[in-house]
Structures are given as C-alpha cells and as structure tokens.
Design a protein around this ligand. Structure first.
Ligand SMILES: C[S@@+](CC[C@H](N)C(=O)[O-])C[C@H]1O[C@@H](n2cnc3c(N)ncnc32)[C@H](O)[C@@H]1O
Length: 409
C-alpha cells in the first residue's frame, strides 16, 4: 500500500468502466470509483494506490448527485453506510434501472470498439421482472461468520454483513433465506439458497449431499444438480432460449451438420436449437462438469441426434484436427453455439473451431470485455459480427449478457 491508501479525495466521475466503476481523474491518473455515477462529484476513499497510474476508491459521500441516482434498492448497501459495511452483489442498485442499462450498453459498445474495432450502437434490453431491478435471483450464496451470523459478504471483502432482506431475490428465495438467523455450528461455511421454478425453495448448508432440482423452461423441464450451473435470473433460461433461436441464421443452419453446443451445462441451449429446428437435429453438447453432462443426456433425450460429452472445450476442440473428410464436411456446415464462463472462449478454442470453417457461431457472453476480445479474434479468423443483442439478466449489478452472431465474412 502507498501513502494514499485510506485517504479521502474529491473527484468527478466522467465515464463508466468495466466492472461498474465510475472513472475519474486525479493529478494525471485514473481513479476507478465504486458507487459513483458518471456526472457525479463525490468524496471517495482510496482503497488501492499500488499502481502509479490507476487507483481504486469507494464513494463515501455524494457531493453532486446524478439525476439517475436513487435511494439504494438494498437499504444496507446505501452510500450513507461505511463502504466496509455495505453488502456486495448490487453495485448498480443506486441507479434507476433504465440508466443502469444505458451504462451497461456503453461498456459493451466501448469494449467492442477498443478490442475488436467494431463500432456499434448497443441496446441493453430489459427482461421480464419487477421494474425496480429486484426480485430476480433464483440462487444466492450466503456466508456464516465466526459468531454464526448469516449474510452476504461485503463488496470486495470476505466480511459477512448482517442484512434484513435480499431484495434481488425472487419472493420464494427471500422467504426461504435464513436472514436474521444464526448458525454458529456452520461458522466459516456457506449457505446456498435455491428457488428453482419446480418443487419449492431449498437451502444447501455447507457440503451436504448433492441433490437434483428441476427447472421449467417453456414446455420443457430440465434436471440440474443443486450445486451445478443454472442461469440465475428467473427469466434468463427463456430469454436466452429465444435469443439463441433468433440469433441462428436459418438459411445457414443444417440439421444434419455436426452442430455444437459448447460449455453446454445441462443442455439448455442445445434444447433451444433442437426446439427451433426439430427432432432430426444433430448436436453435441460439450461440458466439463460430469454431473451436468449426465443431466444433459436426459434433458436432451427428445433428440436422437443429440449427445453430451464430458470434456474441457479447450481439450475437446483439439480432436477436430483429426476429423475424417466426411466429418469435416459436417463441421463446415455446422452452427456452433458457445456460452463460456466469464473468461470467454479465448484464442486457442476459437482458432481450432475456425479451422474447420463452421457456417456460423452464436456466442452467449456474460463478460463484455472477454466477448469483445473474442469478437476481435473471430474477425481475424474470418468471421464478422452479424447480429448482437444484449440483455439485462443481472439488474441492479453491473453485469450484462450478450448474444452475438458471427458468420463468415
Ligand atoms: C455460462 S455456463 C453455460 C451453461 C449452459 N449453456 C446454460 O445456459 O445453462 C458455462 C458452463 O461451462 C462449463 N465450463 C466451464 N469451463 C469449461 C471448460 N473449460 N470446458 C467445458 N465446460 C466448461 C461450466 O461448468 C458451465 O456449465
């Protein structure tokens, strides 16, 4: 730590950065200020001054407020509390929802411009749910403090904050969460609160045995491990199902091709493809979590041509180089859906895929910067961004989901 750590400064946020920070300037350096909205003057406490040109800070007082500021959706996360006492996970909760979306659109457009040289006006679409940006989380991880208090961690810290509510949660999740309870016997552990669409809410305390939950998406039911990946927003599975269906260019789709659903989880997006193009669709879902692949087998049982493979995508794609001539032809006709974790797919995976020249890619992304980097890589490999939608699947946080289509240039 330098000698500015913990000091307070007055700054003006002039822009928004990846991660949801207001961008301010101070004596020739950039300060990333949590909880500051572009256009605001704030008093901020320096939290990280280790880099010469970039510092980080927390807003402690708003001196000139943005017209887009509101009282925080989560009372305990309000700027009037000390930053160390504010629960994390709702870093845009003090911004009116329409402006949250406008800021997320700027971050995505800026990343595309800087990292992929793609100039595009981006709109972040609201999805079904309460207009105040709460009521959407179907899963939430809480932590148990040494003394037994149950709550979320503070922002950028491992300090458990007692709260009276979880306003981002669905009504079912809020009712089931052990907020205000003490669990000293589980000190240091976690409590996962799950509110799936079928069968009622449940708690997973510590490392208890895993069980299977069911999730309804349109007319379909998916089985998923309680500890496995499932989209968090209550409206996300249907929103992404429809978005992926719409993002595929039907003229480029061949049901008999070697279609792929990479980072496939329990098969949500493979099912989306199958539901749009019918029972004859061939598609292979590749996923590293063995339990998720087992569920995908069952969830995709309607499609005889669907299979689920347990593998890390970066290993699995290496096998494409050994494909026979007929497999190569089926790969060249393929539609590739990919929905990687936050770090994105990356160059190695995209190069191995592009080498077999698939007809199109549909890229579902939860990190705008990783997506923009990969869009730039795809452009260099001969695939251009032909369509882009973005969805507010994480209201009251800085996170945003994008669905991009890429076709051969
Ligand atoms: C964002 S989730 C998407 C899952 C699925 N498409 C859905 O919408 O439910 C990413 C998935 O990739 C899996 N995963 C993470 N890293 C992986 C890797 N290197 N190879 C294969 N799967 C991976 C995770 O287990 C998770 O299920």
């Amino acid at each position: 730590m330098g000698d500015m750590h913990g000091r307070e400064v007055e700054v003006e946020a002039t822009n928004i950065a990846h991660g949801g920070y207001g961008v301010a300037r101070l004596d020739g350096r950039v300060v990333f200020v949590a909880d500051a909205i572009p256009g605001e003057r704030v008093r901020a406490r320096i939290t990280d001054d280790r880099k010469p040109r970039f510092w980080w800070a927390d807003t402690v007082e708003v001196l000139e407020a943005s017209p887009h500021r509101r009282g925080h959706l989560w009372a305990e996360a309000d700027v009037s509390r000390d930053p160390a006492d504010r629960p994390g996970g709702a870093d845009f909760g003090h911004i009116v929802p329409a402006h949250q979306r406008a800021l997320k659109a700027l971050v995505l457009a800026d990343a595309l411009e800087r990292m992929a040289n793609i100039a595009r006006v981006v709109e972040v679409e609201a999805v079904d749910g309460p207009a105040d940006g709460g009521g959407w989380r179907t899963r939430e991880r809480l932590h148990v403090a040494t003394g037994g208090t149950v709550g979320p961690f503070a922002a950028r810290s491992h300090r458990v904050i007692p709260v009276t509510d979880l306003p981002l949660g669905t009504p079912e999740l809020r009712a089931a969460a052990p907020i205000g309870q003490r669990m000293p016997e589980h000190a240091g552990g976690t409590v996962d609160v799950l509110a799936p669409s079928v069968g009622g809410a449940r708690l997973i305390v510590g490392k208890q045995a895993r069980s299977v939950i069911r999730e309804q998406v349109g007319d379909r039911e998916f089985r998923v491990d309680d500890a496995g990946f499932w989209q968090v927003h209550v409206a996300a599975p249907l929103t992404l199902t429809r978005a992926v269906q719409d993002a595929i260019d039907g003229a480029l789709f061949d049901p008999k091709a070697a279609n792929l659903d990479l980072y496939g989880g329990v098969g949500l997006l493979a099912a989306a493809v199958g539901d749009r193009f019918g029972a004859g669709v061939r598609i292979t879902s590749v996923e590293s979590d063995e339990r998720a692949t087992e569920h995908a087998h069952e969830n995709l049982a309607d499609w005889l041509g669907a299979q689920a493979v347990t593998a890390r995508v970066e290993h699995w794609v290496r096998g494409l180089a050994d494909a026979s001539a007929s497999e190569r032809a089926r790969l060249a006709a393929a539609t590739v859906v990919l929905d990687p974790p936050r770090s994105g797919a990356g160059r190695e995976v995209l190069e191995a895929l592009a080498a077999v020249t698939p007809a199109q890619f549909v890229y579902v992304a939860c990190d705008p910067v990783a997506f923009a980097r990969d869009a730039g890589i795809l452009a260099g490999l001969g695939y251009s961004l032909s369509g882009l939608r973005a969805f507010d699947l994480f209201p009251s946080t800085h996170h945003v989901e994008a669905v991009g289509s890429f076709v051969r240039a």
